[in-house]
Ligand binder design. Structure first.
Ligand SMILES: [Zn+2]
Length: 162
């Protein structure tokens, strides 16, 4: 059975984002990055340990009525480098992109250094350089290791001040 056959097994969505070819076990990290816990009311489908020609087993996440921001894609690229992202409109895949490891990640993550200026109630967007050793805060130099990225997802400033 090919990968495409497998994809047909999971119901199609009308509008939204399909994040495919996640390494098995990554689906929950992806939901954390996208800040999806069900409270927002989005329709979300998750496939875990789905068989895949390319990966053996994979996870897949479908989120209806949501297209990912570039910052979200950038963080996904660090956590799930094999993922492909399909943007769906009117049941058609209008854009299919493989994530590319970014040089810098803006927002999305918070700095683990409590004394960092980005944690000082200033409306400063965090900025991390992606290095071989992890993600380095552009303000204080603190490193977030890639395995810890989901522990440092930032609260969205805009939502808080609304
Ligand atoms: Zn910092």
């Amino acid at each position: 059975m090919t990968d495409d056959d497998q994809e047909l097994r999971v119901s199609k969505i009308r509008n939204g984002t399909v994040i495919d070819h996640l390494t098995a076990g990554e689906a929950l990290n992806v939901l954390a990055i996208l800040d999806i816990d069900g409270s927002g009311g989005e329709a979300v489908s998750i496939g875990m340990n789905v068989s895949s020609d390319r990966l053996g087993q994979k996870d897949i996440v479908k989120v209806e009525d949501r297209e990912l921001s570039q910052s979200e894609v950038d963080v996904l690229a660090v956590v799930a480098p094999k993922a492909t992202i399909n943007i769906v409109r009117a049941y058609d895949v209008i854009e299919k992109k493989r994530v590319e490891r970014p040089r810098v990640v803006h927002g999305v993550l918070s700095c683990p250094n409590r004394n960092c200026i980005t944690n000082d109630n200033e409306p400063i967007e965090t900025q991390f350089q992606v290095t071989e050793n992890g993600l380095r805060c552009g303000y204080c130099g603190m490193i977030v290791r890639e395995s810890e990225v989901t522990s440092h997802l930032a609260v969205n400033w805009v939502d808080l001040t609304d």
